[in-house]
Design a protein around this ligand. Structure first.
Ligand code: PRP
Length: 179
């Protein structure tokens, strides 16, 4: 385990089996369809790549980078898009793949935006869900793990752009982000 982690919350086996289980559920829903799978960078990158490998339906891949400074007390009330989709979502079945839902700001706004652009459907798949932090009205359609309000890193998630490459989800030591 990395020295900056207090403990491992979800190990590689737990991640592998739950991600597969959820992906197969999602896959069953899209038989005969061709969804556009939208990854929200950067945090979702590892989850996204593991998730899509369990889909048997034909998929198209696309990505967005959005700012999440709406969470907490300072809210712009509007999503800032740093990198938009390449594809037109009008008439498409969209699957949004996220690493974590915290306040819900990002996904509440993103889902509304994609529906406004004419998506036929928008389904949210998340790896982690911090329910107790929710401030905006949004719920995942598929969620791999409910977690407590802990500072988690690894499997795509960062603190100050570090730890994304850890193969497990760890709880960061308090002294690392409080120093
Ligand atoms: C994180 C995460 C979500 C968002 C969740 O992104 O990936 O997009 O915050 O928070 P919310 O529910 O309060 O909106 P972050 O801005 O940390 O970027 P990253 O994915 O590049 O790490």
């Amino acid at each position: 385990m990395h020295k900056d982690c207090e403990r491992i919350l979800l190990n590689e086996d737990e991640l592998r089996s739950r991600v597969k289980e959820v992906a197969l559920e999602v896959d069953a829903r899209y038989q005969g369809k061709r969804p556009l799978v939208v990854g929200i960078l950067k945090g979702s990158i590892i989850f996204y790549s593991d998730f899509i490998r369990h889909l048997s339906c034909p998929v198209e891949l696309d990505f967005m980078v959005v700012s999440s400074y709406g969470s907490g007390t300072v809210s712009s009330g509007k999503l800032r898009i740093k990198k938009d989709l390449d594809k037109d979502v009008a008439g498409r079945d969209v699957i949004i793949v996220e690493d974590i839902i915290d306040s819900g700001f990002t996904l509440a706004n993103l889902k509304a935006l994609l529906l406004e652009r004419g998506a036929a459907s928008v389904v949210i798949v998340t790896l982690l869900n911090k329910k107790e932090r929710r401030e905006y009205d949004v719920a995942p359609d598929y969620n791999c793990f409910d977690i407590e309000n802990e500072f988690v890193v690894g499997y795509g998630l960062d603190y100050d752009e570090r730890y994304r490459n850890l193969p497990y989800i760890g709880i960061l030591k308090r002294e690392v982000y409080e120093s």
